[in-house]
Each structure stands twice: as C-alpha cells, then as structure tokens.
Write a protein that binds this ligand. Structure first.
Ligand code: COA
Length: 210
C-alpha cells in the first residue's frame, strides 16, 4: 500500500477535522471524559490550518494520520500526532515525525512536545524515537480543594508531583507498586530530603553489586 504525506491546506479541513476529533475522543475516553461535538472543533482546525504547518498521511488516498506543528514562544512545537488505530504499528507515526523534523530543521534547532504525564504510551513512543524529557515543570495552586482520590502522586527530584487520575492508566505491576509505595511514603510524612537519601542509598547498593 502506498503512503503519501502531504502538507495540508484548507481543502483538507474536513479530513483533518475528522482525525483531530478522533484524537481528542480517544484521549478524553482514557481520561474518563467526553469530547465536545465534532463541529465545535471546526473553527480551531480552520485557524491552525491558516497559521500552522500540518502534514497528513494518506494511505491509498485515505487520510490515516496527521501531525500539527506550531511556532510559539520562539520554539517549534509538535502539537498533535495521531494515527488511526487500524493503521498503527506500520511506521506511519514515525514517518510523520520525520517529516515534521525535516520541516523544523530548516528553521530551528529543536522540536518540542508537551505530553501529559499520565500518557504513558505517548511518552514511551517519544522516548523510543529519540526524544528526551526536558525542561518544564508546571506549577499550579488549586484554589478549590482537590479530592485526594482524583489525583496520583509521582515525584520529581523528591518533590511530590500531583497528576489527575485517568480512567484508563495502563500501569504495569512494578509501576503500580511504585506509585502505591510513593503515596504511602508521602502520607506518612516522608520528605523530599528523606526520599532522595533512600533512593540514593538503594541505587548505590545496586551499583556496588554490579
Ligand atoms: C503514538 C502514535 C502516533 C504512534 O503511531 P504508529 O504509527 O503506531 O507508530 P509507528 O508504527 O511509526 O512506530 C514507530 C516506532 O515507535 C514504536 N512505538 C509505537 N508506539 C509505541 C509506544 N506506545 N511505546 C513505545 N514504542 C512505541 C514502534 O514499535 C516503532 O518502533 P521501531 O520503528 O523501532 O520498530 C499512535 O499510537 C497514536 O496515534 N496514538 C494516539 C495519539 C497519541 O498518543 N499521540 C502522541 C501524543 S501527541
């Protein structure tokens, strides 16, 4: 089957809208939320087709994926990447990213992406194709109180790092055990310094056994 990747124009509005809607529907379902109606995304898509760069993948003329690149805050961002589920695992995602990277390379020295920490599959995909976790930590003060059961706690440099609990999380056994242990650690009053001391000691023990 022949794969063709094209730069999108306003003529591709309905194709991109359909893919963009599927992207949000899938993401929202994993979060336990519903997407807006498809027509509510039309204006957004029209605007980014005017302003940004979008590449669409066609397999035998059927639109099967897209990547959206924007320029903001002085950097090039990969905003969304999506491949229709039936066509995953065929190298289309990688080809779309390569196309975007070639586009960015002519204009800039790096491609950035923002991924939600719950999106384990996406993070693993980006790391697999050569991306590194870099730079940004978002801080927020919730002015209403958050229900404890709505969040999970990770850690960043020993700081408790709260993320929304998604309906479909996909953690394996080791990851789940780690998250449960971490939650207990902070609940029992474990501090950042103590976390760093414990982890350092455990890692040193492992290193010394090698
Ligand atoms: C992420 C996504 C775009 C991947 O598309 P795809 O066409 O299936 O990916 P490819 O077939 O090109 O895979 C490229 C490589 O990544 C690997 N890969 C794909 N998904 C992976 C994952 N979740 N974790 C680790 N590796 C992954 C493939 O095995 C392949 O490896 P190889 O080239 O070394 O053999 C697709 O799964 C998707 O649309 N997901 C939903 C939306 C999403 O999460 N988008 C990204 C965040 S914005």
């Amino acid at each position: 089957m022949q794969l063709v990747i094209k730069s999108a124009t306003q003529d591709n509005l309905e194709d991109i809208l359909s893919l963009y809607y599927k992207f949000f529907k899938e993401l929202r379902s994993r979060q336990g939320l519903s997407p807006r109606g498809i027509d509510e995304y039309r204006e957004e898509v029209r605007e980014f087709l005017q302003r940004d760069q979008i590449f669409v993948a066609f397999l035998e003329e059927k639109p099967v994926g897209f990547i959206h690149i924007s320029k903001r805050e002085g950097a090039h961002w990969l905003e969304e990447l999506y491949v229709v589920p039936d066509y995953r695992g065929m190298g289309i995602g990688r080809k779309l990213v390569e196309k975007a990277e070639n586009y960015i390379k002519k204009r800039d020295s790096a491609a950035y992406i923002m991924v939600l920490p719950q999106d384990k599959a996406a993070i693993e995909f980006w790391i697999h194709i050569g991306y590194k976790v870099l730079n940004t930590i978002e801080l927020a003060k919730d002015l209403n109180s958050i229900q404890e059961e709505d969040t999970r706690v990770f850690e960043v440099f020993g700081y408790p790092f709260y993320i929304w609990r998604w309906r479909k999380e996909g953690y394996d056994e080791v990851e789940r055990k780690y998250l449960e242990t971490l939650e207990k650690f902070y609940k029992l009053g474990g501090t950042r310094r103590l976390y760093l001391e414990i982890v350092t000691a455990a890692l040193r023990k492992w290193i010394n056994r090698q």
